[in-house]
Design a binder for this molecule. Structure first.
Ligand code: DC
Length: 223
């Protein structure tokens, strides 16, 4: 029997979303990337408050906004449609400004409380591959399969660099590496729900492996 709830956690740019999306398609499950919710709150805070440093105000906003994540309606490279109070923000949440501030916002207790509650409710539906940093530890501790995807910071920076260059975008490997290390640091040292593998997670190291290699490895875990 297939696991009904699959949790995939790991650091930024470890290939979680690509793997999870492939896996979800393979077993016909819903794919849900929880990072988009923290990104949507960050974008809303930048729009409505002008900055993200007022923790109380950002947390209040997180309680109030309505975030909807649905299967992609357009074939423009998005993996989900993300709506914030009815507005499609699927691309707005991928801007450098949001990248810069999202780790900070995700350290806020009130923000995490609001997001975790919504994510649990969605996760309870089952037949779901849920991706994030704290899915196996906090959001769905009862998930039947927990995978922690890892890779060195250098490998992850290299992948992101190649992805950007592949899309004809300007990129600096050194800057990307610095940003990956900075986000790892914030994500894994925060007081609430820090990035770490659950005790019962299977750790998959992806250094030097292609997405196909990793997918084959993970497929074996379904049995
Ligand atoms: O996976 P991502 O880069 O889209 O995640 C954006 C940020 O949100 C990242 O800094 C970590 C945070 N996050 C989190 O704290 N908990 C989650 N379940 C998902 C993401």
């Amino acid at each position: 029997m297939l696991p009904t709830k699959i949790a995939i956690d790991g650091p930024a740019a470890s290939g979680k979303s690509t793997l999870a999306e492939k896996l979800a398609e393979y077993i016909n499950y819903m794919y849900f990337d929880t990072g988009v919710m923290y990104r949507a709150v960050t974008w809303a805070a930048l729009q409505r408050l002008g900055a993200v440093d007022d923790e109380a105000a950002v947390s209040e906003l997180a309680e109030k906004v309505q975030i909807d994540v649905r299967p992609p309606s357009e074939k423009d490279g998005r993996k989900n449609d993300v709506f914030l109070d009815g507005m499609d923000v699927s691309w707005e949440i991928r801007t450098p400004e949001v990248n810069q501030d999202v780790s900070e916002v995700s350290t806020y207790q009130g923000v995490r409380r609001a997001m975790t509650e919504q994510q649990r409710r969605i996760g309870e539906r089952g037949s779901m591959v849920m991706v994030g940093r704290d899915i196996g530890t906090v959001v769905l501790p009862d998930a039947d399969l927990k995978i922690y995807l890892d890779a060195s910071a250098e490998e992850r920076a290299k992948r992101r660099y190649q992805e950007l260059v592949g899309r004809d975008m300007k990129a600096s490997y050194e800057e990307i590496l610095l940003s990956v290390v900075r986000r790892d640091n914030i994500d894994s040292t925060r007081a609430i729900a820090p990035l770490r593998p659950a005790d019962d997670a299977i750790i998959v190291d992806t250094d030097g492996k292609s997405i196909e290699d990793v997918f084959e490895e993970v497929k074996m875990l379904l049995k």
